[in-house]
Design a protein around this ligand. Sequence first.
Ligand code: ADP
Length: 302
Amino acid sequence: MVIEIEDLCKAYKNVQAVDGLSFRVSEGELFAFLGVNGAGKSTTINIISGILPKDSGVVKVCGEDIETRAQSVKSKVGVVFQNSVLDKRLTVRDNLECRAALYGIYGKRYRQRLEEMDSLLGLSDILKRPLVKLSGGQRRRADIARALIHDPELLILDEPTTGLDPQTRQTVWRVIEQLRTKQGLTVFLTTHYMEEASVADHVIILHGGRKAAEGTPHELKTLYAKDTLRVYSHLDEIAAYLAERGYGISREKDCIDIQVKGTAEATGLIAARPELFDDYEVLKGDMDSVFLNVTDREITEE
Ligand code: ADP
């Protein structure tokens, strides 16, 4: 196991940010850690990466306790924080050199590592430039190089693609995929982009510091996503027919969306009044639907 968390708790004065959280992350996994703002994601990440003390619970990284083996754990973890922690006045090269030196990486070993980072992230055009002169996407590449320079076993990424243009998002995503598939790196990721979460091996949805749902994307879709029956014709008649049957619908200009449990329910509706349904499609529930249904359910229960 790369991460083992058992009954983790953390409060800030009267806010219980993490409340009895337990989960495990296996080697080589892409693990998506999701939740609305304030769910407790950053607090958990800061505890795993050793920059915030926990109140109680057990946190182990690569089998080592984060408190009693803090130094060893730090050498095994690389973190890309939401806000860059690089020194803005220094060049990318100087930033990376300082970071490497912190882990005792100098001389030939440092140059070799820098070359590896360059071929992975394409750094040659930005190495000599100070951070202040870089675009958002270039800075993100430098952030990732900083997190990886000491060759960690676990890479933690806190919203790595938020605010980036689509092309840079794709570059960051390609790098993550490459690290995982070619180097077997374990990647722990928070994101608000559900298409990124949908390719994860395992997903946790956090709410109010607790685990609200957990599983593979497929398992979560089966449990929480609803399919949509979208119809494009006879809209008034279909709206009346569905109202009779107690369905809530969402009506757009050209279509009506009906949430259904699955294809069987859609087929039942269509088979009862086939003359109304001559232009329709069934859209499979996706991770967006999972996220909305899980977080809505939690909010309703509050
Ligand atoms: P997320 O990363 O999922 O947005 P956080 O871990 O940042 O969530 O926050 C969890 C909860 O803890 C929120 O209610 C937030 O307001 C609160 N919180 C986070 N950091 C602090 C802090 N330094 N002081 C007080 N409350 C905090």
